[in-house]
Design a protein around this ligand. Structure first.
Ligand code: SF4
Length: 106
């Protein structure tokens, strides 16, 4: 779904699942999946007018080394400010989805 000239959002189904998620939980658009998917579970932010990031402690988190997390954070630095602002301005419903996991500033 096109939100503006440079921001697109994947429309989820009624359960909140991404339409590109296969039954075996793999991504069916691996080669072109969005950057924010590529850097999961790291989420960039620009709180306090300074670029930063958090890491969500989802089930993937224990499998990542500190080097992996640092690499994902670095990759997140190229996500545009507009996309980050949109990401953090999305609905409380979406934010609530991630509240099941702990997170930490990285
Ligand atoms: S990685 Fe992104 S595009 Fe792929 S299935 Fe997950 S949410 Fe959808």
């Amino acid at each position: 779904m096109k939100l503006s000239d440079d921001i697109y959002q994947i429309k989820t189904d009624s359960t909140g699942a991404c339409p590109y998620l296969s039954k075996d939980y793999s991504c069916t658009i691996q080669d072109i999946k969005p950057k924010l998917c590529r850097i999961w579970p790291v989420i960039p932010h620009d709180k306090y007018d300074k670029r930063g990031a958090i890491v969500i402690k989802c089930p993937l988190f224990p499998m990542l080394s500190q080097t992996d997390i640092d690499t994902l954070k670095k990759q997140g630095e190229s996500v545009s400010c507009k996309v980050i602002q949109h990401l953090w301005n999305i609905s409380e419903e979406t934010k609530d989805k991630y509240k099941v996991f702990d997170y930490e500033e990285i």
